[in-house]
Design a binder for this molecule. Structure first.
Ligand code: 5AD
Ligand code: SF4
Length: 424
């Protein structure tokens, strides 16, 4: 979501006649687009603000903006701690960025965190520089109240964008060369509920599927309870729709799931996965897990290990629990010691590596269609791309192929990537 909002900022400024700076030294305006989901992310921003404060002593006309969830959460506390900050832009006001930063007379420290909800901009002028992939906002905010999560507090209630607006935007993107879109929403599996038209994510996927020129549709993120079989059917029946899903489990024990207020049991999660595999046997499932949630015992953690294995996640993002102010869990004692959190984090990642390796090796000998993203980071003579199920593929090729599709024969795999040869 933040990457998409950053694209929006860049696009809005380019449209207003500004251009991208080469680096911080060269910039007239610096925006830190922030995340509040864990304390660690916030700490990184605070230390960056220290560095930028010194930069501003040299370049006194520099403007510094703090945008996003941390801006919304901390508001004036940011400008009190860092007087060098010119604008604190909350999540409900991102559409106003250009007007607020180019206002004549420089209004000094401004704190704008009064947006009603997080409807987002009406229009998304992306600065995509010819990119063939774009993030598209399907909804903002979240109506769930997972006990650990600050998102509903800083991003507000769920606001879905009407299908017609999403389609119009994707049509325009495709006319401009985009071939792959990722539809975004904190809980995209609940898309449409607030629109009251009785239509959900499966309807949206069907409608987007009709857009001419569009090749692939990915979507993020799904809450297991809100993801219905109609979505799995869409994944099976609509060839442009992703064969992979991000379906965070967060934990594997019923005790922790209940404390987290996730709204499903371990059994319900596993039966959702079984349903998905009924519809799409090859579906690749990616998860999120939090280790060290208050009260998590060793037995609970073992349930998380076994859930990971039983589900056969292709990959997982694992996080150490971080208490967030204003959430339900903030009132619980953060009673799992840091070294235990760290060990559980490592154990879960180690198991995930084994599971990922087994999954990835099952691709060896198969031919996959790959959307080429660009040169690989490790070796500029190699390309990196992704399959429709979001597996990362590395193969030799020319950087001119970026933004196009390739057929690739997979001959090897690691836990993280597939290695292949492009079919001429
Ligand atoms: N502590 C640790 N991880 C968290 N996440 C959300 N809130 C917290 C928290 N307070 C994780 C969840 C979520 C992902 C985006 O971040 O796993 O799915
Ligand atoms: Fe946070 Fe996701 Fe739960 Fe919403 S569904 S409260 S965004 S973890």
């Amino acid at each position: 979501m933040n990457v998409m909002d950053s694209h929006f900022f860049e696009g809005a400024f380019v449209e207003a006649g500004l251009s991208a700076a080469v680096g911080a030294q060269d910039a007239d305006l610096i925006i830190l687009n922030t995340c509040s989901v864990r304390e660690h992310a916030e700490n990184k921003v605070l230390s960056r603000l220290g560095v930028l404060t010194r930069l501003k002593e040299v370049n006194t006309s520099l403007k510094i903006v703090v945008a996003g969830c941390m801006a919304q959460r901390m508001g004036g506390e940011i400008t009190r701690k860092f007087p060098a900050v010119d604008l604190v832009l909350g999540t409900g006001r991102i559409a106003d960025i250009v007007a607020l930063t180019t206002a004549k007379g420089g209004a000094g420290c401004m704190v704008c965190t009064d947006g009603m909800g997080d409807a987002g901009p009406e229009r998304y002028p992306y600065a995509r520089a010819g990119a063939a992939h774009a993030y598209v906002c399907a909804m903002r905010g979240c109506d769930n109240f997972c006990a650990y999560c600050i998102v509903p507090k800083v991003r507000g209630r769920q606001v879905s964008r009407p299908a017609a607006k999403i389609i119009a935007e994707i049509e325009a993107l495709c006319a401009d060369g985009v071939k792959v879109v990722t539809l975004l929403g904190q809980n995209i599996s609940a898309w449409g509920r607030d629109l009251g038209e009785g239509r959900g994510l499966a309807f949206l996927l069907e409608a987007v599927h009709e857009v001419a020129g569009l090749e692939w549709i990915k979507f993020l993120t799904c809450h297991p309870r809100d993801t219905d079989t109609a979505v799995f059917e869409a994944m099976r029946d609509l060839p442009k729709v992703a064969s992979g899903i991000h379906l965070p489990a967060q934990a594997g024990s019923d005790f922790v799931l209940r404390a987290m207020k996730r709204g499903y049991t371990r059994r319900e999660y596993l039966s959702k996965v079984a349903q998905l595999r009924d519809f799409v046997p090859q579906a690749s499932i990616v998860g999120d897990f939090i280790v060290g949630f208050p009260g998590e015992r060793e037995a609970d953690f073992n349930d998380t290990l076994s859930l990971l294995e039983e589900t056969g996640f292709r990959g997982s993002f694992v996080f150490k629990y971080s208490p967030r102010p204003g959430t339900a869990a903030a009132h619980l004692a953060d009673d799992v010691p840091m070294d235990v959190k760290a060990r559980r984090n490592n154990d879960l990642l180690a198991l995930q590596r084994d599971v990922s390796l087994a999954q990835n090796r099952s691709f060896i000998g198969r031919r996959v269609r790959v959307f080429v993203e660009g040169p690989s980071r490790k070796n500029p003579d190699e390309l990196t791309g992704r399959t429709l199920g979001d597996e990362v593929v590395i193969f030799a090729g020319s950087r001119r192929e970026a933004g196009s599709f390739a057929q690739v024969d997979i001959f090897d795999a690691s836990a993280a990537v597939l290695f292949g040869r492009e079919v001429p």
